[in-house]
Write a protein that binds this ligand. Structure first.
Ligand code: FES
Length: 63
């Protein structure tokens, strides 16, 4: 039980090759418009600059 709680409390930043930056775990997200979402669980952020929904990835990197 303690091990599971420890895993979920960590913040993981994963870089997808030719894709987004995925952040998951326990964190606070503040976007460009200063909207704050506490602990959203997971966000996928665009790294290619083609997303029409920045700062989020909309899979335009696959086109
Ligand atoms: S990384 Fe997916 S749209 Fe940019």
């Amino acid at each position: 039980m303690e091990e599971k709680e420890e895993k979920t409390s960590k913040t993981v930043v994963k870089i997808i090759d030719n894709g987004p930056l995925i952040i998951s775990g326990n964190f606070i997200f503040q976007d460009i418009k200063r909207n704050i979402e506490s602990n959203p669980g997971k966000v996928e952020l665009c790294r290619c600059g083609r997303s029409r929904n920045k700062p989020f990835c909309d899979c335009s990197h696959k086109e």
